[in-house]
Design a protein around this ligand. Sequence first.
Ligand code: UDP
Ligand code: MG
Length: 309
Amino acid sequence: MDSITVIVPCYNEAAVIAATYGRLRAVLDLLDRRTCILFVDDGSIDGTFGILSGIAEVDSSVRVLRFSRNFGHQAAVTAGIHHCDTGLAVIIDADLQDPPEIIPELLATRDLEGANVVYCVRKSRSGEGRFKLWTSKRFYRFLNCLSEVRFPVDTGDFRLIDSRIIEEFRRFKERGKYIRGIISWVGFKQVPFYYERESRLAGETKYPFRRMLSFASTALFYFSKKPLLVAVGLGFAAVLIGLVLALWYFFGKVFGYTGAASGWTSIMIAVIFFGGIQLLTIGVLGQYIGILFDEVKERPEYIVERTIN
Ligand code: UDP
Ligand code: MG
């Protein structure tokens, strides 16, 4: 029987982390295999680490990695996968939105289907704002139109992965990680598991709108070059419009069917419109250049300050 590590990224989760541990422990104790809980403390400043140290002192199957500062959710999960030494891993949020009680069902699904990945699809999500629900629903579908690989929709990082995936994941050197995308990209046999997502037990979301935007932009720009094609398309369209207008005005002058002098409005519209297109396309280019800049520096994705067990 493969042993299993449950990877739990935590950032300022002091309000829930003890309860999360309790529910995970209860579920894992029922499994007939070696289990380990790996908490990755992403630079919390609210006492999360103190609570985790206390837990790890009495439960030797609990490991804790503490980052030197906040590096972000995806870096925390990445560290968890890098440090996992078992044949299976489950990635789960610390706030109990993803119920630990379905872990045995994920294992059963894996055995039944012989899958390398069992990803959890949200049938419903309670306790989240309408805006967040709508934007994330639209976003996953938008991303699928643009990217070269198909991603399952309505899916977070909550999933079971096996050693094949863990091994392949270690080979990904990119610093901007969109983990659910990378795992889909890797391939092998991946099957869905449908569940009801609960509301956060306590504490607040660590993904305000600003962070959601940056997460979405990593997903988009790391998994698609189509925005560059859109820029090219806009350029072509502008050239075509320019050509038609040039001919129209040239022959208008020659044959006298366009009145001269007037035209302030049309010039203003053209200047603003084409100026806008230029800035937009430069912005798109800038996004990719920014990513190149970040990636060529080859900085570490995270820095571990302390480990327990
Ligand atoms: N998280 C993290 N580092 C961060 C932000 C979040 O490790 O910088 C963890 C957080 O503790 C939680 C998970 O990532 O376990 C998901 O975050 P959250 O529940 O706040 O996001 P939401 O479910 O609201 O999208
Ligand atoms: Mg959450």
